[in-house]
Design a protein around this ligand. Structure first.
Ligand code: ZN
Length: 112
């Protein structure tokens, strides 16, 4: 099986990775002989799927159609959000641990 990459962030999506696949194919209507294109498979990693769904609508009719489909799936069940959250935690774990003493104090809106 070929390796797939997230269309948005170009992250490699291995066979065991969670992702959202968008299948795209074209077909003639009312034209004989009927023609059908091969199907294209476009993949998004969970983080990009959630990010796209939460973001504003993109430009272009085709992009909006795909955005609506991803939004439907992200909003239907928290499983994809959880997968994105797990990915995010994995990335966080790879970062070097900041020493607590060196952390800058969070600036508040009200200072005494
Ligand atoms: Zn991605």
């Amino acid at each position: 099986m070929q390796n797939l990459f997230c269309l948005r962030c170009n992250r490699e999506l291995g066979s065991g990775s969670k992702s959202v696949a968008v299948y795209l194919f074209a077909q003639t209507v009312g034209v004989r002989p009927r023609q059908k294109s091969s199907a294209q498979r476009i993949c998004f990693c969970p983080q990009c799927s959630v990010s796209l769904a939460m973001g504003p609508p993109p430009e272009g009719a085709l992009n909006i159609a795909a955005w609506k489909m991803i939004r439907d799936m992200v909003s239907a069940d928290p499983a994809l959000n959880e997968a994105a959250w797990e990915d995010l935690r994995g990335v966080e774990g790879l970062l070097p641990e900041a020493e607590e003493q060196n952390l800058p104090r969070a600036a508040g809106f009200i200072e005494f």
